[in-house]
Design a protein around this ligand. Structure first.
Ligand code: URA
Length: 202
């Protein structure tokens, strides 16, 4: 497992509203110069499940919410398959809160600058299950040698916190042949939710 949980600073105050307020004015890296909006995160702040994407794209930058474009529509479909709903029982955030130009991969320095926000969100939420969407967030949270084609659907534990990675919805839009594997991963996730945090479905 990576040292995401145990190392590095935690940005901002220890309450959700204060944290969001500080994050919305963040100038920790140059991505702040070109953003329209900071994309902090959405969902119930007492959810047991945390989904973590990579970084906002054009639509997210415009609306200030994660996963609102085509990939977001697919993510909502994926959640629906296992009776989850971003309004009700999952918190959704990105590793990087501001859009990288042209949707390029976030640079290591940008990831380092932004990670304290996610760490603070994680600390407040204390999710039972964290789902990394795609390679970039899996490498940062689960481990640097993570390969999404090899390791998607594998479970990792740190104390009573459980982590798994799925293919990113954008990857599934590009390559629909991955969808059957993702369906299997989603059903395994649903079983794990029933085992570890059945209150999600109460
Ligand atoms: N891709 C992501 O990783 N996050 C978003 O919010 C949108 C697309």
């Amino acid at each position: 497992m990576s040292d995401f949980l145990s190392s590095g600073d935690i940005a901002g105050p220890g309450d959700w509203d204060g944290l969001e307020r500080s994050c919305l004015t963040c100038e920790r890296c140059p991505l702040c110069d070109r953003r329209t909006n900071v994309v902090f995160g959405v969902g119930p702040r007492d959810a047991r499940l945390l989904f973590i994407g990579e970084a906002p794209g054009e639509h997210e930058d415009r609306e200030g919410k994660p996963f609102v474009g085509r990939a977001g529509a697919l993510l909502d479909d994926m959640l629906k398959i296992i009776d989850l709903d971003r309004e009700k029982n999952v918190y959704i955030a990105n590793m990087i809160k501001c859009r990288p130009p042209g949707n390029r991969d976030p640079l290591p320095a940008e990831q380092d600058a932004c990670m304290p926000w996610l760490r603070a969100q994680y600390t407040l939420l204390r999710p039972k299950i964290t789902v990394c969407l795609g390679r970039i967030s899996a490498m940062a949270l689960i481990g640097g040698d993570f390969k999404i084609t090899r390791d998607h659907g594998k479970w990792f534990e740190r104390g009573d916190a459980h982590f798994v990675a799925l293919f990113h919805p954008s990857a599934l839009l590009r390559d629909p042949r991955r969808r059957p594997e993702t369906f299997v991963d989603l059903k395994a996730l649903q079983r794990r939710i029933r085992e570890i945090c059945p209150e999600t479905y109460a």
